[in-house]
Write a protein that binds this ligand. Structure first.
Ligand SMILES: *Cc1c(COP(=O)(O)O)cnc(C)c1O
Length: 333
């Protein structure tokens, strides 16, 4: 399918503008030299512009577009206490004049005072979100359903945004990112061979894969599981991929294979790893770019160790998706 045709498909969905696009595609000149492997480029989705940026902005443009088109006035969503998704949703709701209700998982045992109070949670409060902590024994889905009925009973029109805004419609945001990237690569005369990104709720990788498949490009989209649950992350991605492909007019029969790597998440979601910390330091010192402990630091540790172990050919051109997470810097301080 041509990029123009995919663009037309995307334009048929309700969408609201929340971010600054296209985000820059930059060469990591110093890091590439230090590692002496393939060229590493970085797609700066940490610069989407909404409340310090991140990958949820692209997905929320479509998901909140859908919510508003359906007449919703109250958005409910879920995530961890340091959820980047919750923060970007809260900021978007503030901007759009929507009531925002967050159901956040309680902090893990190892959480410091900064993790409980700074970073994203501090911004959620600033944006006026109503914050609830998930009661023990309840699933986030149940808790959101019950809050949504309360909203409806008192005359509001609720809309539940699932974890990470990862619905097939949300994944359209990353189909759009794939188009954007293809245009940038063409302008720079770059033959991208691989995209490496952190994977959690799966919508980012599913959208990228769908976009790349629709464009008929031979680019591997490599997801790095950051949830310490590779099979679940892979399953989420597969099911979103099957959901998003038909939305852009691609038959569900020709689903590309999901590449999901484990071994980089550490013991649990949010628990950082020595390799992630080392990668964060290396990228900060070589490029002046901030990665985070829960997502992009882990994904970068996979990329760096892959280069060191000779997993990637030297003539590859790899794009690392910087998916955001800047406020986490302060939650892990
Ligand atoms: C949510 C998030 C991801 C994971 O994206 P999914 O679409 O949920 O797989 C990666 N990086 C950052 C910084 C995030 O906040």
């Amino acid at each position: 399918m041509t990029a123009a045709r995919i663009g037309e498909r995307l334009a048929s969905f309700a969408r609201i503008t929340l971010g600054h696009f296209p985000t820059p595609l930059e060469y990591m000149e110093n890091l590439s030299r230090e590692l002496d492997g393939p060229q590493i480029w970085i797609k700066r989705d940490d610069c989407t512009g909404l409340a310090s940026g991140g990958n949820k902005t692209r997905k929320l443009e479509f998901v909140l577009g859908e919510a508003i088109a359906g007449g919703a006035d109250t958005i409910l969503t879920t995530g961890g206490i340091q959820s980047n998704h919750a923060r970007q949703t809260a900021a978007a709701c503030a901007r759009l004049g929507l009531r925002c209700i967050l159901m956040l998982a309680p902090p893990p045992d190892w959480a410091s005072s900064a993790y409980k109070n700074s970073g994203n949670i501090c911004l959620d409060r600033l944006f006026g979100a109503e914050i609830h902590i998930l009661p023990e024994g309840q699933s986030p889905e149940q808790a959101l359903e019950s809050l949504a009925s309360d909203v409806a009973r008192t005359g509001g029109i609720p809309f539940i945004v699932p974890l990470g805004a990862s619905t097939p419609v949300g994944a359209l945001g990353y189909v759009n990112c794939a188009l954007e990237l293809a245009t940038q690569a063409k302008d720079l005369d770059l033959k991208v061979t691989r995209i490496v990104s952190a994977a959690g709720s799966g919508g980012t990788q599913a959208g990228l894969m769908a976009g790349i498949a629709a464009l008929n490009k031979d680019i591997v989209c490599e997801g790095i599981d950051i949830d310490a649950a590779r099979e679940r992350t892979e399953q989420r991605t597969k099911s979103l991929l099957a959901g998003v492909m038909p939305l852009i007019g691609e038959t569900a029969a020709a689903l590309p294979t999901v590449t999901m790597r484990d071994d980089f998440a550490g013991p649990a979601y949010g628990a950082t790893t020595p390799a992630a910390q080392e990668s964060i330091r290396q990228v900060a010192l070589s490029e002046g770019i901030v990665l985070d402990s829960a997502y992009t630091g882990k994904a970068m540790s996979a990329l760096i160790s892959g280069i060191q172990e000779g997993r990637y050919q030297k003539d590859e051109v790899i794009v690392f998706l910087h998916s955001g997470g800047f406020p986490l810097t302060f939650a892990y301080a």
